[in-house]
Design a protein around this ligand. Structure first.
Ligand code: UDP
Length: 250
């Protein structure tokens, strides 16, 4: 029997190690000015614990910093690009520590590993040690992207996923966009969500849901990408289990 690509996707439960990419804004809440919202943070922590404890899936998290600072904010006011990007990487570290605290409050062990040395508050990024933490059931939170300016945490997440041998990168979106669409669904009501896409389609159609450097990297390294709405309760668990939500790119 021929299976259409949609029927064939995905085999739930086939991922044993994943990287969850959270944008910084996923830690906040619409209408609330604070960069980190307590209830949102706790809901994410609860789901992370469920992925780990109930389903035994090894989970690493890469968190962005856009709720606090982005490189472009600084360049717009005359701060040089490299400095401003370094400020962005510090912002990701603030978010990583917030996530660590929320996850550990629920009893799940974590480690933060930073791509920029900050010995007093995070381990340095060491690949073998990160893998060992995952094997021991700890959730590893990667801070400071890849530690270099001119990159984003999408690229950082795909790089870390390849390095630690994850099978997929779960890219959580927010603000009601629950996958990759044929056009911006907020501007074009006829826009349709794709269930399954090839890497080359994302690149050729310039479907700008994530950084193209990251998409290309995932293509070259056979890393599946699941783009899903992280603000819907339960979706982190559904995504990690490989349920049919959002858009799968492979
Ligand atoms: N950044 C960087 N190198 C990296 C990762 C991040 O320079 O490897 C900086 C960059 O300035 C970026 C900011 O950190 O704008 C915040 O990261 P990102 O934009 O990826 O956060 P998100 O949009 O996911 O919240």
């Amino acid at each position: 029997m021929d299976l259409s690509p949609v029927q064939a996707y995905p085999d739930a439960g086939r991922w044993t190690r994943v990287v969850l990419k959270l944008s910084g804004e996923a830690l906040g809440h619409d209408g609330i000015d604070d960069p980190v919202d307590a209830l949102t943070l706790d809901q994410l922590a609860k789901e992370v614990c469920e992925v780990r404890e109930t389903y035994g899936i090894e989970l690493a998290i890469v968190v962005g910093g856009g709720n606090i600072w982005r490189g472009t904010y600084g360049t717009a006011i005359g701060i040089d690009r490299v400095t401003s990007d370094q400020m962005g990487m510090l912002a990701t570290t603030i978010n990583a520590l917030a996530l660590q605290s929320a996850i550990e409050r629920r009893g799940q062990a974590t480690r933060v590993q930073s791509a920029i040395q900050m010995a007093e508050l995070a381990e340095p990024y060491i690949r073998r040690r990160a893998i060992r933490h995952l094997e021991k059931g700890r959730v590893v939170i990667f801070a400071a992207g890849i530690g270099s300016p001119y990159f984003t945490t999408d690229t950082g997440a795909s790089l870390r996923a390849a390095e630690i041998g994850a099978q997929a990168m779960l890219k959580g979106t927010h603000s009601g966009v629950d996958g990759i669409y044929s056009a911006d669904p907020k501007l074009d009501p006829s826009a349709e969500r794709y269930e399954l896409l090839g890497y080359m389609e994302v690149i050729a159609k310039n479907l700008s849901v994530m950084d193209m450097t990251a998409v290309t990297f995932c293509k070259d390294n056979n890393l599946e990408i699941l783009v899903f709405d992280v603000s819907t309760s339960g979706n982190v668990v559904r995504a990690a289990k490989g349920e049919r939500i959002g858009t799968l790119v492979r």
